[in-house]
Design a protein around this ligand. Structure first.
Ligand code: GTP
Length: 346
């Protein structure tokens, strides 16, 4: 029986900038629900009662408020004064750890059966959950033997060139003894702990089937909404054209899905396609927003936004601007009318 989980939510979340300037990655909404809630729902399925949130200093008050409002599971915060990387936070809380517990990266959730994972895990001090991916070139592939022992990692192999497509899904079953070998300070699972365990024959890996939701980058955050709107998640639901409470949508919502957050406005004559418009944002008449993310309370005047562009909270995109090619606009920035465009003035 696993009673405890440690969630690693103290990274800087640079790949999700500028959204992570405003909200920590683990609290970014997925279909209107803070991402961490999905992890709590999964952990509840195996009876986890206690969660230690390993946080950095940057979003401490947001995490504190969230933890105070949560009654199940019981949440404890472990605040780091310096960056401890992925495994250092476990060494820092070693005295609070059960003999066996789960560790989850704060930005991924694999919706397979966690109960099956725990049951199938070989009797080893650390076991990785593994998921099959089509394109292995962005991941470390994990090669296991017939007994479920990890034999080696292959970093970022082109698709079809590795003996397996199984990659680390970011959820681990671990024993406290793993951390006896390390002093307090920054420590990486990927660089130090896992390679050392493999050398000693002490690392396991179990493949799990299920949708893998990841919010680590803007394209993945969009993909997660696409998956949820298609009904592929059992942890969270979303209507294909989601309107948050108090949202005012007079314009067109195109494509297979759109997420319009609470209090957001899409004016008549505006078009939004397969995009995330976060709470309080306004898309003015004449605008086109495609495959992009508009942050909280941002305003898009009569402008075009496409190709995984991300607008920070409270930013204003002036009339006639064209933003594309995954450009990112910082929180509170103001782009004056026609200040960014691909067309010379006529
Ligand atoms: P990027 O800056 O975009 O790479 O994101 P990140 O900072 O979240 O890093 P990465 O995605 O590699 O981290 C994997 C997981 O470990 C995430 O859930 C992070 O929140 C977490 N993590 C990374 N560094 C730390 C740290 O120093 N302390 C804690 N507590 N968690 C961390």
């Amino acid at each position: 029986m696993i009673r405890q989980a440690i969630l690693l939510v103290g990274g800087r979340g640079t790949r999700m900038w500028p959204l992570t300037d405003t909200v920590p990655k683990g609290l970014l909404p997925v279909a209107g629900v803070p991402f961490i809630e999905l992890q709590f729902r999964l952990l509840a399925e195996v009876g986890v009662e206690e969660v230690i949130l390993a946080i950095g200093t940057s979003h401490e008050s947001a995490w504190r408020t969230y933890a105070e409002g949560t009654t199940s599971p019981v949440v404890h915060l472990a605040v780091e004064q310096s960056k401890l990387d992925t495994a250092g936070p476990l060494v820092a809380v070693r005295d609070q750890l059960d003999d066996r517990f789960l560790v989850l990266n704060g930005d991924v959730v694999l919706e397979g059966s966690l109960g099956q994972f725990v049951e199938d895990a070989p009797d080893l001090p650390a076991v990785l959950s593994l998921v099959g991916v089509e394109d292995t070139s962005a991941y470390g592939v994990v090669v296991t033997n017939d007994l479920g022992k990890v034999e080696r990692f292959i970093e970022k192999p082109p698709p079809g060139t590795a003996p397996t497509n199984a990659v680390n899904a970011g959820m681990y079953l671990m024993s406290r003894s793993v951390f006896d070998a390390y002093d307090e300070g920054a420590l990486s699972f990927e660089q130090t702990v896992f390679p050392s365990l493999v050398e000693q024959g002490l690392l396991g890996g179990v493949k799990i089937d299920g949708v893998w939701l990841d919010i680590g980058t803007p394209p993945l955050y969009l993909q997660t909404h696409r998956d949820v709107a298609a009904g592929n998640s059992r942890l969270v639901n979303m209507e294909p054209a989601h309107h948050g409470i108090g949202a005012n949508v007079a314009g067109d919502l195109d494509g297979n899905w759109n997420f319009i957050g609470p209090g957001a406005v899409v004016e008549e004559g505006a078009r939004v396609r397969e995009s995330i418009v976060l709470a309080g944002a306004t898309i003015r008449s004449g605008s086109v927003v495609e495959d992009s993310i508009v942050g909280w309370n941002a305003v898009v005047e009569n402008a075009r936004i496409s190709d995984t562009t991300v607008i920070g909270a409270g930013a204003v995109v002036g009339e006639g601007c064209e933003l594309t090619a995954a450009v990112r606009i910082g929180p509170g920035s103001s782009l004056s009318a026609r200040s960014v465009t691909f067309e010379p003035p006529s």
